[in-house]
Design a protein around this ligand. Structure first.
Ligand code: SAH
Length: 535
């Protein structure tokens, strides 16, 4: 190999600030004997240049000339840097350099060296300033029709709009090109609501950075220029505290308190929780008159939650089903199921659903349905207690000696009424036992209440599972019945408001050190011996 053969480094230097240039890009800029770039870009990285480096600046329209010059210099044995803002492979110089090389019949083995150094592209830098808008499938579309026919660009906008992509528009508008963005807005309004969140980021991570959050209807009321990237949300994108956020999970599950609920992370990948996934499409069920396009459209309208046009699948007899999950029990104190209740339950669960017997005085039911309200109604009419599952408060009361010790039952029922099913950071069990024997294990629940001699003892922060499980800390004895419900409400409310997502109550208590005047004490440390199975 000819030792004098040089190389071209195609360097993406990110949005503009030195903090967002990669280490390899910095080194590459340092390595170069010659740097070629559009004047504005050279100005942005000037602080990283050395005096002895030759800098060739050029106007925006001279890109091909720049690429040719870079190859020419490298052939002379020079190390040449071609700089692009963002990523050099995204509407940047990487493709052009390769095009010039391809024309010359270049190969990696024989020819000059080529290295493309990745950088943070505008879609990423701008998204970071808006919140998290590109969490789901997204695409970039350049609205510049200098090198691409408008017809093709419009087709891509149309397709992206239809397929519910989050869209990042590059080169949205210039002094002369003003109609493209108007046309884009018009097309997207066919598929997205006028209040779809839109972010306009100008000069991300540069001196004149501006960030505007608006919506699809009003986006043109703001300044958009050559230094702006426009990020248009999909049908799930939401505004929260001035940020644009696109949730990742499709919200397609019924629960009791909300018609739709996100799947908990560990539930996401279970097949039965993904009725919309490819594995759920049984080929022979597809009516032949329904094309894959119809299926795609149906999937999209399901996602939107609205289907303005008559749905081809509904016409063909398809009705939207989702999994309804809940817990069922005969009551707070009552532990006995009647044969009639079992029959009602069996009929509801049928062949398709499932029932799971749990250690928490509840049966977990999971059943595909189009009508969760009807199921709740039938079970309630049969005298069953239907409760939500997941990160909610569950009351686990004893059977009050088969209903003989009735004094404290009204308190258990009141607590169930006020707190049962309340959403909290992590599942929370309140154990309620009707006498000092506490034989239903109240003291091993997150909160334990034991009724004794007409008053209540309170235990907080048990760790009910794991090899370092421990009982709750006894924090008070002899609490007056008139006070217990209010006290519990305040404790649960504080946990609900101040607990971190997924933080169990015992961890929360330890972190905040004190709750309602009760101070946290560490549970005694136990010596753990590695348990080999069978030991
Ligand atoms: N290679 C670049 C894109 C060049 S095309 C990259 O990967 O980011 C030029 C377009 O990029 C601009 O019209 C604008 O839409 C977008 N852009 C580049 N840098 C930007 C920045 N710092 N802030 C906002 N948009 C930017």
């Amino acid at each position: 190999m000819n030792e004098k053969i040089g190389k071209v480094l195609i360097i993406g230097f990110g949005p503009g600030s030195f903090d967002h240039i990669t280490q390899r890009a910095r080194e590459a800029i340092e390595e170069c004997e010659v740097i070629l770039g559009y004047t504005t870009y050279v100005d942005l990285i000037r602080g990283l240049l050395r005096e002895e480096q030759t800098v060739i600046q050029a106007g925006m329209t001279e890109e091909v000339g720049r690429a040719q010059e870079a190859v020419r210099q490298a052939k002379k044995g020079k190390t040449v840097g071609v700089i692009s803002s963002g990523d050099a492979g995204v509407y940047g110089m990487a493709g052009l350099v390769y095009e010039v090389l391809m024309e010359q019949g270049w190969t990696e083995k024989e020819g000059i060296g080529v290295e493309v150094i990745p950088g943070i592209s505008a879609i990423n830098s701008c998204a970071s300033l808006l919140g998290a808008p590109i969490m789901h499938d997204s695409c970039t579309i350049s609205l510049s029709d200098h090198l691409t026919p408008w017809e093709l660009i419009a087709k891509r906008v149309e397709a992206a709009g239809q397929a519910d992509f989050v869209i990042a528009l590059y080169n949205p508008k210039s002094g002369r090109r003003t109609r493209q963005i108007e046309e884009t807005q018009r097309i997207l309004l066919k598929y997205r609501s006028p209040d779809t969140p839109v972010g306009l980021v100008k000069s991300a991570y540069r001196d004149r950075q501006t960030v505007i959050i608006t919506d699809l209807a009003h986006m043109l009321d703001h300044e958009i220029g050559m230094l702006t990237t426009v990020i248009i949300g999909n049908n799930s994108t939401r505004l929260y505290d001035g940020k644009m956020i696109t949730p990742r999970g499709y919200q397609r599950k019924y629960t009791l308190n909300a018609e739709k609920q996100k799947l908990a992370p560990h539930q996401r990948l279970r097949e039965e929780n993904e009725p919309w996934a490819l594995h759920s499409v049984v080929p022979e069920q597809k009516p032949s008159s329904v094309s894959s396009w119809d299926l795609a459209e149906e999937a999209l309208s399901r996602l939107h939650g609205t289907s303005p046009d008559p749905s081809p699948l509904a016409d063909a007899g398809f009705v939207q089903e989702a999994i309804f999950e809940f817990a069922v029990s005969p009551g707070v104190a009552n532990k006995k199921l009647s044969a009639q209740q079992m029959l009602v339950l069996a009929e509801i669960v049928g062949e398709e659903g499932s029932m799971e017997y749990t250690p928490h005085h509840q049966i977990l039911v999971s059943v595909p349905t189009t009508n969760p309200e009807q199921i709740t109604q039938k079970l309630t009419e049969a005298g069953l207690l239907v409760q939500p599952i997941g990160d909610v408060v569950t009351i686990k009361a004893c059977d009050f000696c088969d209903g003989e010790k009735t004094d404290s039952i009204p308190y258990a029922e009141r607590i169930q009424e006020l707190l049962g099913g309340l959403n909290v950071p992590k599942e929370m069990k309140i154990g309620f036992n009707g006498c000092g024997m506490a034989c239903y294990g109240a003291v091993t629940e997150d909160i334990g209440i034991v009724f004794r001699k007409g008053k209540f003892d309170l235990f907080l922060g048990a760790k009910s599972i794991g090899r370092n499980a421990h009982v709750g800390q006894p924090v008070a004895e002899g609490i007056e019945p008139a006070e217990i419900v209010g006290l519990l409400e305040r404790i649960v409310q504080k946990y609900k408001e101040e607990g971190h997502p997924n933080e169990r109550f015992h961890k929360f208590f330890k972190r905040i050190k004190e709750i309602e005047g009760f101070e946290h004490r560490d549970a005694p440390v136990q010596v753990l011996v590695d348990a080999v199975c069978g030991d």
